[in-house]
Write a protein that binds this ligand. Sequence first.
Ligand code: ADP
Ligand code: MG
Length: 726
Amino acid sequence: MVVKASVFRRFVFIILVFLKDHYKVMSKDKTNIPISYLKGVGAARAELLASELSLRRTKDLFTFFPNRYIDRTKFYQIKELREDTSDVQIMGVITSIRSVQQKRGSRLVAEFVDKTGTMQLVWFKGAKWIKDSLRANEPCVVFGRLTFFNGLKTMAHPEMEFLADYKKSLKESIQPIYPSTEKLTNKGVSNRVMVKIMQHLFQVHYQEIEESLNDELLAEHVLMSKKDALLNIHFPKNQGLLAKAKFRLKFEEFFFIQLQLLMTKQRRIENIKGYAFERVGEKFNFFYRNNLSFELTNAQKKVLKEIRKDLGSSLHMNRLLQGDVGSGKTIVGVLAMLMAIDNGFQAALIAPTEILATQHFTSVSSLLEGVGVKVTLLTGSTKVRARRIIHEELENGSLHILVGTHAILEDKVQFQNLGISIIDEQHRFGVAQRMKMWLKNKRPPHVLVMTATPIPRTLAMSVYGDLDVSVIDELPPGRKAVQTVHRYDKNRLRVFKFMKDEIEKGRQVYVVYPLIQESQVMDYKDLMDGYESISREFPLPKYKLSIVHGQMKPADKEFEMNRFVKGETQIMVATTVIEVGVNVPNASVMIIESSERFGLSQLHQLRGRVGRGAEQSYCILMSSFKLSKEAKTRIETMVTTTDGFEIAEVDLKLRGPGNIMGTQQSGVLNLKIGDLVKDGNLLQLARASATKLLKEDSNLLLEKNVRIAKAYREISEKTSIWSHIS
Ligand code: ADP
Ligand code: MG
């Protein structure tokens, strides 16, 4: 055989290139190689797996966990089957087979029984061929997804084997099912293929799996080794080992997140010095003695002490202040600002909406009357000339407190010496804005973020793990819990009657309509229809109405809002623009229209608008008759509790952590295996372990922590969760 020289050269070239690549891989890092080198993968599949699932290297594969398992070690009995059992394996016999005519062709239905009950097996396709393969009254094993069809337990297109064959086939194992995409399935990368790839991965690379925790942690929490955990998460021998593997891997995941958060915080404390407000001075004391018309609650005092401790040292404060609506966060913020001012600094108070900023401005100004503090408001609608004056006064230091919306964050706004930034209702802002406030000075100002939406503990620990958290867990005395009821739309007349009675007593009423971005036009129509029918029911001159919605000009909104605040109107018809912060103590009834369309935290916020005065307040949740299961749960929760933390927990369970305010930016939530809702205890355990470890070895330098340090470096390089903070 003669081979042309050119072909031969080409052949040699290809071999060389292949060897070179291979050599490079082998010499550089034998572990964590590109997955294209795995048997069963190849270039095309590697590209697919990378683009579809971000799987690039063997390490990615090791931590590409199954999202469920099919447990073929377990047999179900027909009577145990419930709507929520999905893939099941059952042993029984077929007792009868019949064809049922349908629009096109026919479907095959077989009755299948075991000792405990009856179900049906159905085939829509290949009926003829299947029929020939079925035998009545011979024991067989069926496996498949269970559905309920007209109330009948049904399995469509089951996998089937006669018991005799089944016993020979050694099917008895727990099979991993991997997350997949349509594209992968279409291109032939089925679950079977994935399992093959994984099997090969473990056969060849199992020994390369490195332990990432130290011996102490492994012993203390009786954790499986990393090798065993990874093997058993992919190929569990039994449910017990699978559970142990999950525990170990979840612990590890939480542990390294906490380590990152705690080290970030530690670095912040080391690197960023805060201004020390050493004096508690003249203005603070004057205000406390003369302007404070009530005794602070113990919770307020406790929180103030925590803030004072930060501000009094040269630590940099980065604190989240949680407190339910009406718990009195504003006054805490004002006192913190006075600490800054007494030490020659300026303060900023930022709110998410213009209405709220304006209200803060009004209440802070009146609280501080006679104290000798200059307060100004800056929002998007501040006129150019007023703005110029503000800029000037900020820079020459004669302006003490600037209240406003995110307009404050614009680059043109420069303070002479901003000492503290207070951000109200943080979920509208998020991390980026927080950072921006820091950059306003050579030294970052102290930051106090006030939020009325209670954040479940687990979430606070992972999303805000680098912040300090203070909680006002007590309402000012004399508050009566808002009574909450649910009413269907058809009972509207009774609700109108109730409104009239309350107005008769001198109270004011909110009626709120949902405003949801996608259907603004419809929502607007709902609001206008509602407004009209209320106007008819509550005619002038006896009744006066205000209306506020997002399409109004800010000045008009404010005008209407003010009429209600001053008590000139008795009913405020509004969209959710009033959601946050508005304070009208005389308003005692909150009616929420289409309440089934609101989220729990929004409902809670809205309800917080009433119950601010001395009178008994009410919240009425209106809804149509047809409610989804979730909507029912939300409404029931609102009716049964006023505890914001309890509500937040339910919200977390219903919506999952990714949808809770402010968490989207965090990145902490891309958990591979841990579950913030279900694994709260494990998270706390991991946090405690991380805290303890850092106390002993704050920079991970000890010999015994080498493995942790290495794993930490790798994770940090990949995620660098909060690295932009420091
Ligand atoms: P939130 O925490 O929702 O921002 P606010 O700061 O607006 O609550 O306070 C709600 C109301 O409670 C205000 O009218 C405020 O003056 C009043 N308040 C705050 N603290 C106390 C207290 N310790 N005793 C009595 N009333 C208080
Ligand atoms: Mg408030």
